[in-house]
Design a protein around this ligand. Structure first.
Ligand SMILES: O=C[C@H](O)COP(=O)(O)O
Length: 233
């Protein structure tokens, strides 16, 4: 069952996302980059508003691949009460030091999601390292939001390998990166755990503008229709 993850930047947008039928509320500041972090009080107020009706996740920001900086940011974000913390692993070669330093946090119960970037051709052999360090999941997104969507950077076969590897390793898996209605049927064939959206849910499809209930409903309906079709087939 593929879920709809909606990235929101405040309580009003979280309300719209829930009304529109989002399954996961992702807390992110699109004005501050691909994985821009929201201020602590905003995260806390959204978590309080959602009241565990659906799972929440939050991004730690577009941080450099420096183990100590990542550790601090993840530890801090875990304290805000979100269910999952999303961390960007930038570049083609994934830093083992950055994965390993986070292992104590997964052992303390932190549910971490590693975000790899499709437009940076990440090494998919790294997935086993995330699993070994106790990460809860992995997802693909795009770093440069001006340079095309997920499917323009990685072909269907590569996306399939990503999802299958994650599933074999027992990792939650997600696909995102400027995707919208046009990509849903193709991506649903891969049965990801979730599809993630921001731009497609906003006014004029601009991820830095305001999220709209109608757009969330449309995306949700498209995912549900695909589920039905796949069942029939
Ligand atoms: O986690 C999902 C992202 O927020 C997707 O953002 P986007 O659809 O604007 O690329």
């Amino acid at each position: 069952m593929t879920r709809l993850l909606a990235s929101v930047m405040n309580v009003e947008e979280a309300d719209c996302a829930l009304q529109g039928g989002a399954d996961i509320i992702d807390l992110k500041n699109p004005l501050a980059g691909a994985l821009g972090a929201l201020p602590a009080p905003t995260i806390q107020s959204i978590v309080k508003f959602v009241q565990q009706r659906v799972p929440t996740s939050a991004t730690v920001g577009d941080l450099p691949m420096q183990p100590d900086i990542l550790y601090q940011a993840v530890q801090q974000t875990m304290c805000y009460g979100v269910d999952y913390v999303k961390i960007g692993f930038w570049g083609k070669q994934i830093s083992l030091d950055c994965i390993e330093i986070l292992q104590p946090l997964t052992q303390q119960g932190g549910k971490l999601i590693a975000v790899l970037f499709a437009d940076q051709q990440p090494d998919l052999n790294s997935l086993c390292h995330f699993a070994r360090a106790g990460f809860a999941g992995v997802m693909l997104d795009t770093a440069n939001k001006q340079a095309g969507n997920l499917t323009q950077h990685l072909n269907q076969q590569t996306l399939k390998v990503f999802i299958q590897k994650a599933q074999i390793l027992g990792l939650i898996n997600g696909l995102a990166g400027s995707i919208g209605l046009a990509q849903i049927s193709q991506l649903m064939l891969l049965s990801p755990f979730y599809l993630g959206f921001r731009g497609a849910l906003c006014v004029a499809q601009q991820r830095q503008s305001v999220l709209q209930i109608g757009a969330v409903k449309q995306i949700r309906e498209a995912i549900h229709n695909c589920k039905k079709e796949l069942k029939v087939a």
